[in-house]
Design a protein around this ligand. Sequence first.
Ligand SMILES: NC(=O)c1ccc[n+]([C@@H]2O[C@H](COP(=O)([O-])OP(=O)(O)OC[C@H]3O[C@@H](n4cnc5c(N)ncnc54)[C@H](O)[C@@H]3O)[C@@H](O)[C@H]2O)c1
Length: 341
Amino acid sequence: MAEAIRQASASYSVFVGKGLLDSVGEIIQPRGRIFVISSNGLRRFAERIAHDIITIEEGEQHKTLATANEIVTQLLDRGAKRDSMAVVVGGGMIGDTAGFAASIFLRGIDLAHVPTTLLAQVDSSIGGKVAVNHERGKNLIGSFFPPRVVVSDTAVLDSLPPRELLSGMYEALKGGVIGDASLFEMLEKRSDVDLDTVVRKTIKVKAEIVSADEKEADLRRLLNYGHTIGHGIEAALQYRQLTHGEAVAWGIIAANAIGVRRGITSEAVRRRIDQAVRDWKPSPLPSLDASAVLAATEHDKKNTGSSRVMVFPREIGRCEVISGISDADLRYGLAAIGMGS
Ligand SMILES: NC(=O)c1ccc[n+]([C@@H]2O[C@H](COP(=O)([O-])OP(=O)(O)OC[C@H]3O[C@@H](n4cnc5c(N)ncnc54)[C@H](O)[C@@H]3O)[C@@H](O)[C@H]2O)c1
């Protein structure tokens, strides 16, 4: 079954199901030759699509212009042309880096995402953002470059390390809180969690938001629920110790506390969401200074050039974007997750 995503600049389909990797060749309908881009560690998946594979090194430290340039060189060496298609097989790191390379090669060639982590299936492959890191910060060099098609084979998730699976699960929980109470309830119960359903429902929430609002305006900000503080935590930890999803999990709990303080979130809603997040057992928050996290959110604010904005739940499945969040609000949220000044 395919979910249609319609962004202002492009429409594409997202296919979700077990075993789809073997049908990628038929699903993607390339105009010319395909070039599969992946890593050595994921070669077993990439080879089910084609045997000639461009590989890059994994890890956030390799999400750079230099790696994107290497991909461009490989594409040139192998004779890629304007009508070629880049088929990118991997998690968000490979998706962002190779997707960015596809966006600049010959001013952009067709792109198919084949995400292999839960986070990439529910989040990074959807919405058309591709980027690499700069020495001054994450994702500072990038484009909006929607793919032609996304193929998510949920069977590949069987080999994901448990923490990587959980990282995506917190993003799915976020999706439930901002846009789908039935998704939240499935994850809240934790029994009978069907990954196909989780992926489909989470994609649908993101698809509805990015379809209505492709770039960073108000509606798209809903996707940042848990991310203001989550990003602050990640940056203060220099992107070590916690996965992105785990930082978001703690960011959600902190945001809920601020939501109650600001009179937007009820105690009952806060308790329910906090419990659901904690039941999925995010790794404990390393000891951190609240001031370090605050400083990191300040950097985030400078990048967006706007006043500090956060997202709070009104009810399960409906959130609101609120501006004018003060340092005192943030400190209150950080104290709720055990972080003193
Ligand atoms: N573009 C966006 O909208 C967007 C959104 C969220 C995150 N991101 C980016 O995504 C990146 C994080 O992505 P991620 O969480 O997928 O991590 P990742 O891509 O770094 O992958 C994590 C690890 O899982 C391994 N792996 C991947 N698939 C596997 C499988 N099926 N079985 C076993 N191991 C597998 C990888 O080799 C890697 O070691 C960050 O760079 C972040 O900035 C982008």
